[in-house]
Ligand binder design. Structure first.
Ligand SMILES: Nc1ncnc2c1ncn2[C@@H]1O[C@H](COP(=O)(O)OP(=O)(O)OP(=O)(O)O)[C@@H](O)[C@H]1O
Ligand SMILES: [Mg+2]
Length: 322
């Protein structure tokens, strides 16, 4: 046993680009291009980065909602990509996902009760009485009332709807939950309520989270460790406190400089990134970030820096430190 609940090993996902029926070699989008990390039981790993850097694709690969181009994902030491259809079906009870947009992810034609019951029915768990009991329990857990069960998603506010999404994800008593920007679509005033709920549930139910967000401000609050992604790669991964205090990768520094700092002791220079994010279909040679890096050196254009430990539990992929 490695001690990790989840181990992701050099996972890649390249989406072929389809240009019309006849053309074959139109290339591919390297959405995730060699990502490795582990997540321990009870921990929250944050994944951050700009739009399109591969966060959601990573989350979906971890749950095998997508088949990888290569690499391994070990859940409790089992490579999930080697599991049969039936074994995978069993395992799906242990791994759930909460989406950004509860409007799109909840079926508008089902009552809340049916939405929460659905996974229990799919997995053949309990009878109709115990399932209804479970719905009550779940609603209570996420701060809704049992009479909400007979209502439809459109009758709820955004925050309540996300609570329904959380209740559904919890119904099967999972071990791992991928939270894919669970509060980004919500009103700022509601965001911290939902974040607090997620953290309380984690404590109470011993859940393990992968928490995806754009910015470091949300993630800092909830994560034990944070991985920063850029163009399909993790460029830095460390304890969230440490990364927040002393980010090493120029990309993380730039992301952080965009976050207002409440602590006057910490002074941050505002770093403005120039240029657009390059296309993941054709990432830059060498370090992928070199086209936008304010500290770019010659070697950065030529050689790709590996993600290496610079100290205990701190990994960074940057030539400045190698
Ligand atoms: N099914 C797909 N087919 C083709 N390309 C895809 C597919 N899914 C994602 N991509 C591409 O892969 C890249 C990574 O997408 P992904 O959704 O993982 O990014 P993200 O970091 O979650 O972005 P966001 O912050 O906007 O949610 C993007 O360029 C995206 O267009
Ligand atoms: Mg996404």
């Amino acid at each position: 046993m490695s001690g990790a609940l989840l181990e992701v090993k050099d996972v890649k996902k390249h989406f072929p680009i389809k240009r019309g029926l006849m053309s074959k070699n139109a290339g591919c989008i390297k959405a995730v291009d060699g990502v490795s990390f582990s997540v321990h039981k009870g921990e929250t790993l944050g994944l951050v980065g700009e739009s399109g850097c591969g966060k959601s694709t990573t989350g979906r690969l971890v749950l095998r909602l997508l088949e990888p181009t290569s690499g391994e994902v070990l859940f409790e030491d089992k490579n999930i990509y080697r599991l049969s259809f039936n074994q995978m079906r069993q395992l799906r009870r242990d791994m759930q996902i909460i989406f950004q947009d509860p409007y799109a992810s909840l079926n508008p034609r089902l009552t809340v009760e049916d939405i929460i019951i659905e996974p229990l029915v799919i997995h053949g768990i309990g009878d109709s009485h115990s399932r209804r009991q479970r719905v009550k329990e779940m609603l209570d857990l996420v701060g809704l009332s049992s009479y909400h069960g007979s209502r439809y998603p459109h009758e709820f506010s955004g925050g309540q709807r996300q609570r329904i999404g959380i209740a559904r994800a919890l119904a099967l008593n999972p071990k791992l939950i991928v939270c894919d920007e669970p509060v980004s679509a919500l009103d700022v005033s509601i965001q911290s309520q939902v974040l607090n709920l997620l953290m309380q549930l984690q404590d109470m139910l011993k859940l393990t989270y992968i928490f995806i967000a754009h910015g470091l401000n949300v993630v800092k609050h909830v994560s034990d460790r944070v991985g920063v992604m850029y163009l399909g790669k993790i460029v830095e991964i460390a304890d969230s406190e440490e990364l927040y205090r002393n980010a090493m990768h120029p990309y993380s520094q730039a992301l952080l400089s965009a976050v207002p700092v409440p602590d006057p002791e910490i002074k941050r220079e505002r770093i403005i990134l120039t240029g657009d994010v390059p296309s993941p279909a054709n990432p830059p040679t060498g370090c992928r970030f070199h086209t936008r890096c304010p500290q770019c050196m010659d070697i950065c254009r030529l050689e790709e820096p590996a993600l290496r430990p610079v100290s205990d539990k701190y990994m960074v992929a940057c030539h400045k430190y190698q």
